[in-house]
Design a protein around this ligand. Structure first.
Ligand code: GMT
Length: 376
């Protein structure tokens, strides 16, 4: 294996895409590659010092002539500087806008043949891709990349449709590290959240409108009428106050706990009997994969890439977006049938290992790097 020098740019503090970019970087470093994170702050999952990993901070000068600090230009400049200084083979950027465009600019500055691999995670296509004023820029970032990957078949389809893209796009699903994500023994902790006869339903997100957390509450209210249960809400975001108010209005305060942002996600998920992910749009749904790896099934919407991850009737259940009635029915069925819950648990563990393992997906990314570099 030839050792590569890879520059990674992502949103270091942003949910799933930041997690995927950081975990991938760490795994590539473990395999002997040299990884340089070029971001505005240290990626939140980077942890302590590790061999082969370097961090280059993008600093934005706020000159008085600028109405807005020019982050994208500072990033492109920094990418070019790091590439030159460290002799990078390629940039792997997460998100077309602005990161693929910044990589394109950096390449122009360098005037050499450095390669650019872009991974699409969703929002750049499903939200920004709908904005006419941005379409040409996103298309430029995608078409000028040497390889483009997307985290689900659905996202590939959406990208083609929204932006009229015809080029090849590789499928690289999200992945889990089984050294971190496995069913944890939380017997002691569980008693702090639910009585022995109660089930625990959980939702984890950034509480953006697209996550439809209000549906989570509606599903839980219906389930709670039939199954003694508690709802744990993990994460923070713009819809949180609205959700808190809704829970109080529905008289559910005693049944719901807000856990805020949590780092030890594997530990937290292991508390749950069921995860709810009723999103309006979801290019993949990393949290449902993390739950799967901990043996926790998900009831999700049929949005985006969720059906590529959750097998209906096997590792969870799917229902149309907004159909809280069906979601609640599935939840009651699963929570009331021990044998079914056990078989779902096994299927979850098996599928997360077989189809979304860290080794498999890291190898796919590595193959793409060697392909664009013409070294395989
Ligand atoms: O889910 C979010 O809102 C965060 C967002 C992100 O950019 O980090 O997640 C996106 O990328 C993840 C990693 O590829 C996917 O698992 C999420 O499904 C995707 N989110 C959406 O499409 C809404």
């Amino acid at each position: 294996m030839e050792r590569l020098k890879i520059g990674i740019t992502c949103y270091p503090s942003l949910g799933g895409s930041g997690v995927v970019a950081t975990e991938l970087g760490k795994l590539l470093a473990e395999k002997g590659h040299e990884v340089h994170f070029i971001t505005h702050s240290i990626p939140f999952r980077l942890g302590t010092f590790q061999k082969n990993i370097f961090y280059h901070e993008v600093e934005v000068n706020d000159y008085y002539v600028f109405r807005y600090p020019p982050y994208d230009l500072a990033l492109a400049t920094k990418m070019a500087q790091v590439a030159k200084m460290q002799n990078l083979d390629l940039f792997h950027v997460h998100y077309a806008v602005p990161h693929a465009v910044c990589a394109y600019l950096a390449k122009q500055i360098l005037g050499n043949d450095i390669k650019v691999v872009t991974t699409l995670h969703g929002t750049d296509i499903t939200v920004l891709g709908q904005d006419e004023s941005l379409k040409d820029l996103i298309r430029l970032g995608i078409n000028e990349s040497d390889a483009v990957t997307a985290v689900s078949r659905d996202l590939i389809k959406e990208t083609r449709k929204a932006l009229d893209i015809t080029r090849e796009i590789d499928l690289t699903y999200n992945f889990v590290d089984k050294r971190v994500y496995y069913p944890r023994d939380v017997t002691d902790l569980r008693g702090d959240f639910a009585a022995p006869d109660e089930k625990i339903l959980m939702h984890i997100s950034n509480f953006r409108p697209v996550k439809r957390v209000s549906d989570v509450v509606d599903v839980f209210a219906k389930v709670n009428r039939q199954v003694p249960s508690k709802l744990l809400l993990v994460g923070e975001g713009p819809d949180l106050p609205k959700i808190q108010a809704k829970i109080s209005e529905m008289g559910l305060d005693d049944h719901v706990r807000f856990l805020g942002k949590q780092d030890e996600i594997a530990q937290v998920i292991s508390l749950a009997d069921l995860l709810l992910l009723p999103s309006e749009k979801e290019s993949f749904g990393l949290v449902a994969l993390e739950a799967m790896a901990c043996g926790v099934p998900t009831i999700g919407s049929q949005a985006g890439g969720i059906p590529e991850l959750i097998q209906h009737g096997k590792t969870g259940f799917l229902a149309p977006v907004g159909d809280t009635e069906s979601m609640a029915k599935y939840a009651v069925r699963l929570l009331s049938d021990e044998a079914m819950a056990e078989s779902f648990r096994h299927a979850c563990l098996e599928r997360s290992c077989n189809d979304f393992s860290r080794d498999m997906i890291t190898n796919q990314y590595e193959d793409i790097y060697y392909r664009v570099l013409g070294r395989k």
